[in-house]
Design a protein around this ligand. Structure first.
Ligand SMILES: NC(=O)c1ccc[n+]([C@@H]2O[C@H](COP(=O)([O-])OP(=O)(O)OC[C@H]3O[C@@H](n4cnc5c(N)ncnc54)[C@H](O)[C@@H]3O)[C@@H](O)[C@H]2O)c1
Length: 439
């Protein structure tokens, strides 16, 4: 009987190493079908899961309460599993080089607990070669086992989109790859247990690694193009969204929009690819220019706000500015790698201390990472300027009178920056007491 059959009939277990936005939903999905051990180094997170709390909001507390995942912070438990999935973070360092320490750390822990006949699948986003050239030597060293003889490896990138309840693990085609046909077959069949949309068998591990990293690089470059257009059209006094709407009537015009590019994927993954390219003597032209434009958008927004305040005859220093939304994307509590912090920091340089409100965000995380304490919606009053930075459901429901209530009563010029273009621009342009701006 093969490993797949043993997993299905309950003789062998699957483990998840790293239970964050990616790993936890995978663990929960597999636990509906097979025995799953969910391991994370972060014991506090494990305690939350054990007490039925989902800090990521990806599956919700009820699902966590009822899941059969065996949550643990004890690495020795990994010995009980034969099919391991690694979903630990792959951030970049301050100089934008890949920080592979979590992937290396997970490989070490896994290696120390690896048993003969196991399969290890990496899901973390990496540049081509990390799985075979960096992770395998660590697994071999720590386990004393030989890859290809005693254990086998594969790579299957994750495409989930935090906060997106439509495109989920079950509904997105999953790329799978393996070091040989037999391993690939087992990996494909295991994932088919939970991925209703089916799997795509990539030709090699490096192809699968490269596919993931370019998916996000492509988005990054396209958004950078939109951001550049927005900078140009703002100078021309043309509304970018209106231009995009008009151009979008052509069948092959791609639907992208300007905006802040934060998070752990789109703004990070391209650096993995350019780092590896650089090592091979190629200096990226397009990918890095896209990154530069996107990384500078927070500064651009802050400068635009200051210019609009001046246009409104408001003193810049100590102006009262409110920021609605702090997360890196809408309807997601995650504040890591948010670009709203760039707006905040840039405004501080102008002598403005913004009031930040975000009912959807993880307030403890924002305090820990940025030293920012969120204020309540009731504190969003007497403002000179308001930035709607993130399109959480709570904000897209705001009425004109809610927005009016954020500003100083009777103010003759209210500065409103609607970064995501959720308001009716024409209506606000027509209001004599508003200066409306959007990307
Ligand atoms: N979040 C996304 O939208 C998304 C989408 C697709 C792919 N990815 C990729 O998936 C990977 C994971 O991302 P995420 O958003 O789930 O990260 P995350 O930070 O939410 O979760 C990672 C978890 O791994 C744990 N961890 C770190 N080192 C560990 C170790 N040595 N052993 C065990 N656990 C360890 C952390 O405590 C954390 O709970 C990254 O490579 C990311 O690029 C993320």
């Amino acid at each position: 009987m093969g490993l797949y059959e043993k997993i299905v009939n309950g003789e062998e277990k699957l483990s998840l190493v790293g239970l964050g936005y990616v790993g936890m939903p995978i663990a929960v999905a597999f636990a509906r079908k097979i025995n799953v051990i969910g391991f994370d180094l972060n014991a506090a997170k494990i305690d939350l899961y054990k007490s039925g709390i989902d800090p990521t909001n990806e599956v919700g507390n009820d699902v966590i309460k009822n899941t059969k995942v065996d949550f643990t912070a004890d690495p020795a438990k990994l010995k009980e599993a034969k099919f391991h999935i690694v979903a630990v973070p792959t951030p970049v360092n301050d100089d934008h080089t890949p920080d592979l320490s979590p992937v290396e750390g997970a490989s070490r822990i896994l290696g120390q607990n690896l048993t003969k006949g196991s399969i290890v699948v990496f899901e973390s986003t990496v540049y081509p070669g990390v799985t075979e050239d960096i992770c395998v030597p660590i697994l071999e060293k720590e386990s004393g086992l030989k890859c290809g003889e005693d254990f086998f490896i594969g790579y299957s990138p994750e495409r989930i989109n935090p906060g997106d309840k439509v495109h989920r693990l079950e509904t997105i085609t999953k790329i799978v790859s393996g070091m040989n046909e037999e391993t690939l077959d087992t990996i494909a069949k295991v994932y088919e247990l939970v991925v209703e949309a089916g799997v795509y068998r990539a030709e090699s591990i490096k192809v699968a690694e490269a596919a993931k990293v370019i998916e996000n690089s492509q988005r990054d470059i396209n958004i950078a193009f939109m951001n550049e257009l927005s900078i140009i059209f703002n100078r021309m006094g043309i509304d970018t969204q209106s231009v995009l709407k008009a151009a979008g009537t052509k069948w092959n015009f791609l639907k992208f929009f300007p905006g802040l590019v934060g998070g752990h994927c789109i703004g990070v993954d391209p650096y993995y690819l350019t780092y590896k390219a650089e090592q091979l003597g190629y200096h990226s032209q397009i990918i890095l220019s896209g990154r530069r434009i996107n990384d500078d958008m927070g500064k651009y927004v802050a400068e635009s706000l200051v210019k609009t305040l001046i246009k409104a005859d408001k003193p810049v220093k100590n102006a009262k500015v409110g920021i609605l939304g702090f997360t890196f994307k809408e309807n997601c509590p995650d504040t890591r790698n948010t670009k709203v912090i760039d707006i905040y920091n840039e405004l501080m340089e102008y002598g403005i201390t913004p009031v930040v409100v975000d009912p959807a965000a993880d307030a403890d995380e924002a305090k820990r990472l940025y030293g920012i304490t969120f204020q309540s919606m009731d504190d969003m009053k007497d403002m000179d300027a308001v930035i709607i930075a993130v399109c959480h459901d709570q904000f897209s429901k705001l009425t004109d009178s809610d927005i009016d209530g954020f500003f100083k009563a009777g103010a003759d010029k209210k500065v409103l920056l609607d970064l995501k273009g959720i308001l009716d621009r024409k209506a606000y342009d027509a209001k004599k007491d508003y200066l409306y701006w959007r990307l």
